[in-house]
Design a protein around this ligand. Structure first.
Ligand SMILES: [Zn+2]
Length: 205
């Protein structure tokens, strides 16, 4: 594995924001960066080369702040691997909290309750699962999707609480939950998903 094998480079031109999270980049002076890096906390991770801090990241609820210097070289494999780990951990942690919270909100709105909700990685093209005993599983990547789209995925799984199939009665019920035609909604979602898909798969691999 070399830097040239990576399909994406993570650097300050990477913009990532969704209803649930945001990644922000800040340039600061090299001296300040190295000074701040001395005060490590559990929320503050530091990437160093030869004992000197090159990037520092701070995670809080919904926000990942990345601090770097003008001299920071992002075109190296190790820094890329480190950044990817930071992003992935942040996304997964946020998803584990935010997705069940949103699902419970939708449950109350629709008066339709699942038995349990779990956030975990699913097969590549699966956006959600609902088991026959009413347990819903959502993949962490949903936390990066636009609200309308992640809501539609949750409502799709919730509709399976009533209809354990994809026959006509399912789509009719889902259309009621969505407040619009479910088959048209599905096509819009598929398109939006394809656009973002490969970058997200790379980050969460
Ligand atoms: Zn389904």
């Amino acid at each position: 594995m070399t830097i040239h094998n990576l399909p994406y480079l993570i650097n300050p031109s990477l913009r990532m924001s969704s209803p649930y999270l945001q990644v922000r980049w800040h340039t600061i002076g090299q001296e300040l960066l190295r000074h701040e890096a001395l005060f490590a906390t559990p929320e503050r991770q530091v990437y160093t080369v030869g004992g000197k801090c090159e990037v520092m990241c701070e995670a809080s609820e919904k926000l990942l702040d990345l601090y770097y210097a003008f001299s920071t070289d992002f075109n190296r494999l190790r820094i890329q691997q480190w950044l990817r780990r930071q992003l992935r951990d942040f996304i997964v942690r946020t998803a584990e909290q935010a997705l069940p919270a949103r699902l419970h909100e939708l449950e109350r709105q629709k008066n339709l309750y699942c038995k349990r909700v779990t956030v975990r990685k699913l097969r590549k093209n699966v956006l959600g699962q609902c088991s026959h005993n009413g347990e819903i599983t959502l993949p962490p990547k949903l936390v990066l999707f636009p609200q309308r789209m992640s809501d539609a995925v949750m409502l799709h799984e919730m509709a399976h609480l009533r209809h354990h199939h994809h026959r006509k009665s399912f789509w009719q019920f889902l259309s009621v939950l969505l407040g619009e035609d479910a088959t048209a909604e599905k096509m819009k979602n598929d398109l939006a998903y394809i656009e973002k898909h490969s970058m997200i798969e790379f980050l969460l691999k």
